[in-house]
Design a protein around this ligand. Structure first.
Ligand code: GLV
Ligand code: GLV
Length: 319
């Protein structure tokens, strides 16, 4: 049986070593995305592929899969880059890496929230490029402790963020979700409609997966419902927010600020956003810690091992 694995980008050394201990693999050695040709070769000739969020594994590619392909193991929790239905229809498993990246991603939402509210980037620039002087009305930002945060999506990451906000910063939590969640309500979070969440929150943090239902969930109409001193944080997927509408809302001060880790057309960013002071822009680093990226790699390997042993992979996703 063919047990060769193709890896679209090199992972942490210890992960590559562990992978080498259970199977043979080939890896795209370059500091660039795998090309379409490389992906076609991978689905045709390998038993498993380790993919990342920017590898489009669409139905057309999956239709070219060879008889050996058993698993598409996505290194990441979001799997909107993969046509899971097309894969499952051909008997190919798809897996992701939940749980191990929950803390890191929720922490990134806090990083952005604090950076926006307390003008961290602006302040750092001032210190480096000029001089500063303490003054009563100088560099004022927004309070965080005790204020209201609206959490959109009450899955693992949204709930983790809400628990930290409530326990660590005594924030009042509102949440919007398709179903109610006892876990998030255990810290006093209140389930409300999207409109009410937008109207009442001082901070809004997005934690939903990208699906047809969440595409442009936040657009001009939703931004207009937010308070003028509110701040929007997005660490989920770019297309959940209408980026042009957000740039426009920030320009016109419809809301006070935004912190983004994800974009509609990565790695491109709406040019207007880059010129604004009231937005903090991170390069999709939600899970980018040494510890988390290693754990994600080891989770991918456990899924490969299970499939090569003829078992269902533990982190299987279905649609
Ligand atoms: C990162 O964006 C992930 O989906 O894990
Ligand atoms: C500020 O630096 C203060 O001492 O209040």
């Amino acid at each position: 049986m063919n047990r060769k694995v193709y890896v679209t980008r090199t992972l942490h050394n210890s992960v590559m070593r562990a992978l080498g201990n259970i199977c043979e693999y080939d890896v795209n050695p370059e500091e660039r995305l795998a090309t379409r040709e490389e992906l076609i070769n991978a689905v045709k000739n390998y038993a498993a592929i380790i993919t990342m969020l920017n590898d489009p594994i669409d139905a057309e590619l999956i239709a070219q899969a060879g008889p050996d392909l058993k698993l598409i193991a996505n290194y990441g929790v979001g799997f909107n880059n993969i046509d899971v239905k097309a894969a499952n229809e051909r008997g190919i498993y798809v897996t992701n890496t939940p749980d191990v990246l929950t803390d890191a991603t929720a922490d990134t939402a806090f990083t952005l929230m604090f950076a926006c509210a307390r003008r961290v980037i602006e302040g750092d620039n001032i210190v480096r490029t000029g001089s500063f002087m303490w003054a009563p009305k100088y560099m004022l930002g927004y309070d965080i402790t005790g204020r209201t945060v609206g959490v959109i999506g009450a899955g693992r990451i949204g709930t983790n963020f809400a628990v930290k906000a409530a326990r660590g910063f005594n924030m009042k939590v509102l949440y919007y979700s398709r179903s109610s969640s006892l876990h998030i309500e255990s810290v006093g979070a209140q389930r409300v409609g999207l409109e009410e969440l937008l109207e009442r929150s001082d901070f809004v943090s997005i934690h939903v997966p990208l699906t047809p239902a969440t595409h442009h969930l936040i657009g001009a109409k939703e931004l207009a419902k937010m308070k003028p001193d509110a701040i929007l944080i997005n660490t989920s997927r770019g297309p959940v927010v209408d980026e042009k509408a957000l740039a426009d809302a920030l320009t016109r001060k419809v809301i006070a600020g935004a912190g983004l880790d994800v974009y509609e057309h990565e790695p491109d960013v709406e040019p207007a956003l880059k010129t604004l002071q009231n937005v903090v822009l991170l390069p999709h680093i939600g899970t980018a810690t040494f510890g988390t990226r290693k754990e994600m790699g080891f989770m991918v390997i456990r899924n490969i091992e299970a499939v090569f042993a003829g078992k269902e992979p533990p982190q299987m996703v279905r649609v």
